[in-house]
Write a protein that binds this ligand. Structure first.
Ligand code: SF4
Ligand code: SF4
Length: 660
């Protein structure tokens, strides 16, 4: 009856058992070390757990969706899919063989024939996957792909394991002519071409295959292959809302990073896909989310790994803070918080949250905060706005307008929350005035808070100044409760994101009771709904080619891509064309994450200028956007890049007010 021999002519099997014991011990020690490091990360009290894990696992782990999506030509995605599933099934096959050999024999007859054919097929899958991965890494390289000697060793080590596996099988079959009828098509094919001392060949290759396989097991927790374990864990945790740490709680949390951050460091395969999408990296400023991850991984492994157990015996061991030893320099301040890296990362590593934490650490530590950031934070603290203008002047933009003030006893269905930029910046005030004009003409029942509006806290949150965020959240909820606000519309995607996603988390964390249950919409959603109901119509045509710039906080952060396009398409005689990078692939304007208030970092090209050139490339005469920061950044860039006469930049509310 057909059945599998586990050892056949292999002598000194005890040597194999001894090596296997060492490999398993190293594997266990490595996993223990890594999980011990994870456990050094703090967990904020009451943090919400993962949500929607199953779909994320199916798409991003089992189907390799993001690997394929971000690969461009798809070769890398196919390679990873084949080698991952080939590896998984070969591993399962090895486990089954072990059970068959040591526990209960079941690989016989038809079961064995099916098992043998399946293993051959998955072995070939893995080999094809590895060859394609080699082609993608060394021949048709993905843009900016980085490889080192270790990548070569891992790739060709795995290939050697798969190939020697087939050769062991082939030499065994060749040693028994009757076995040529075995249900192992690849093994039989190779065996038919072997001659000479096939028994010796089997013995030698068996040991080579065993040694390579055991080395792989032993190495797995010590390098990037550990993403096999950390990756799925990170994908699961990435479905959880962000952790909110209150100032009081921060005092009680030991360590610089959260448990989620620690897992993310280990999950990172340094594939570099994030860098290829990072606007700061592309512009030549030098930020590398991959680099930050890898630096912090090395730091926490030195701080909490084996070296920490024997302390000062190892010269390299560090137990100092990350700000001094791993993340000195301005890199963290270069981040525009655009979320392109998170969108691109095959394992959804939240570089954004890691960088925000680095900023928080730098602010806590105090000496690595750029002067402009310090001034901005001081202005937020003193004036409740980043413009260093008196809080009492916040409502001046509305002078002369016929608009209800909800903070002064006025009544309306909806609050138009203006935000700092459109309240104080004289250019951006036109967005606020246009909004009042448009909503008024459309008979929307709305009011403003005038001088009593407060900063939403977005800037402080992105800069990592948690104390100011807490104050803003408490103050705004109090105002909303006092004024009976139940529905908010914003023209600023940053306020929109704060009220929609972050405020409910802070509310729960801080135990705030009043002002909850808010309905929050961005102005483009309101306009799109009115257009859909036939209430928003345009009396004038535009007669121009336009393009729409997706603001990062409206698009990637909040998933709103179509409402603004619906409104634009409703304008008569408008030719809407898409830029090369649009929707979730949109390219940042460079103004998020507090960058609007920072000095420029040395670069080969300004981020916003790269973006306006993309608009010029598609022949646009007008760039329409839906964010005051994007408007400001792109308008400036159109001037500095020399396109002032060819390219207008407008907020969607401004354009609507002109054409309604
Ligand atoms: S963070 Fe994600 S995209 Fe960036 S290098 Fe690591 S695994 Fe790759
Ligand atoms: S959020 Fe944007 S700017 Fe920041 S690291 Fe990621 S891609 Fe770069």
């Amino acid at each position: 009856m057909a059945a599998r021999e586990a050892f056949w002519n292999i002598g000194h099997v005890w040597v194999f058992y001894a090596l296997a014991a060492i490999a398993v011990a190293l594997f266990a020690a490595g996993c223990w070390r890594n999980i011990r490091i994870w456990r050094k990360g703090w967990v904020a009290k009451g943090s919400p757990g993962p949500r929607g894990v199953l779909p994320a696992m199916l798409k991003d782990v089992l189907a390799n969706r993001k690997i394929a999506r971000g690969d461009g030509i798809g070769l890398g995605g196919l390679a990873h899919f084949l080698l991952m599933w080939g590896f998984v099934f070969l591993f399962v096959g090895t486990v089954l063989l072990t059970i068959d050999h040591y526990v209960v024999g079941f690989l016989e007859g038809a079961v064995y024939r099916g098992y043998s054919r399946a293993l051959d097929a998955f072995g070939m899958w893995m080999i094809v996957g590895l060859l394609l991965a080699g082609v993608r890494r060394y021949v048709i390289k993905r843009r900016k792909m980085v490889s080192d000697g270790l990548d070569f060793v891992i790739l060709f080590g795995l290939l050697a394991i798969a190939v020697t596996g087939f050769l062991v099988e082939a030499f065994r079959i060749a040693s028994f002519p009757a076995s040529l009828a075995e249900p192992s098509p690849v093994g039989v094919f190779i065996a038919a071409r072997l001659s000479g001392d096939t028994e010796l060949g089997h013995r030698v290759l068996w040991w080579v295959h065993a040694a390579l396989s055991l080395a792989f097991i032993a190495y797995l927790p010590f390098g990037k292959l550990f993403h096999l374990i950390a990756g799925p864990v990170n994908v699961a945790w990435a479905t959880a809302p962000p952790e909110i740490v209150t100032l009081d709680e921060r005092e009680t949390l030991a360590g610089d990073f959260s448990r989620r951050h620690m897992i993310a460091f280990d999950a990172c395969t340094r594939c570099n896909r994030c860098d290829t999408k990072c606007p700061s990296n592309i512009s030549g400023e030098g930020l590398s989310p991959r680099g930050i991850n890898q630096t912090l991984k090395a730091h926490v492994h030195e701080k909490y790994g084996f070296a920490s157990l024997i302390g000062g015996l190892l010269k390299k061991h560090t137990d100092g803070p990350a700000t001094e030893q791993a993340i000195a320099g301005d890199d963290a301040w270069m981040c525009t918080t655009c979320r392109a890296c998170v969108e691109e990362c095959p394992l959804t590593i939240d570089n954004l949250d890691i960088i925000r934490q680095v900023r928080t650490l730098k602010i806590e530590e105090g000496t690595q905060v750029p002067t402009m950031v310090a001034k901005t934070l001081e202005s937020l603290f003193t004036h409740d706005n980043p413009y260093q203008l008196p809080a009492g002047k916040r409502g001046d933009w509305a002078e002369g307008l016929d608009v209800v003030d909800l903070s002064d006893g006025g009544q309306a269905d909806m609050l138009y929350f203006v935000g700092c930029a459109a309240s104080y910046d004289t250019r951006l005030q036109n967005v606020a005035r246009s909004t009042v004009e448009v909503l008024g003409k459309l008979d929307v029942s709305f009011g403003i808070m005038g001088a009593n509006e407060s900063c939403c806290g977005d800037l402080a949150r992105r800069l990592g100044e948690d104390g100011l965020v807490e104050e803003a959240v408490i103050r705004n909820y109090e105002t909303f409760a006092n004024c009976g606000i139940g529905e908010i519309v914003t023209t600023c995607p940053h306020s929109f994101k704060m009220f929609k996603d972050d405020y409910p988390l802070y509310r729960e964390k801080l135990g705030i009771t009043g002002g909850g249950g808010l309905t929050v919409r961005h102005s483009t959603q309101v306009l799109a709904a009115l257009a859909g109901e036939g209430k928003l119509t345009f009396s004038r045509a535009l007669g121009k080619r336009v393009t729409y710039h997706d603001p990062c906080y409206l698009g990637r952060h909040c998933g709103i891509y179509e409402p603004p396009r619906q409104v634009i398409r409703a304008i008569p005689e408008i030719d809407l064309v898409e830029m090369k990078r649009n929707r979730r692939n949109s390219f940042c304007c460079g103004g998020g994450g507090g960058r609007t208030w920072m000095e420029e970092f040395p670069a080969t090209e300004k981020i916003a200028e790269i973006r306006v050139k993309e608009a010029i490339d598609v022949g646009a005469e007008v760039v329409i956007t839906a964010c005051p920061f994007c408007l400001s950044m792109l308008e400036d860039a159109a001037k500095t890049a020399g396109y002032e006469d060819r390219l207008e930049v407008k907020d969607i509310m401004e354009l609507t007010a002109e054409l309604i």
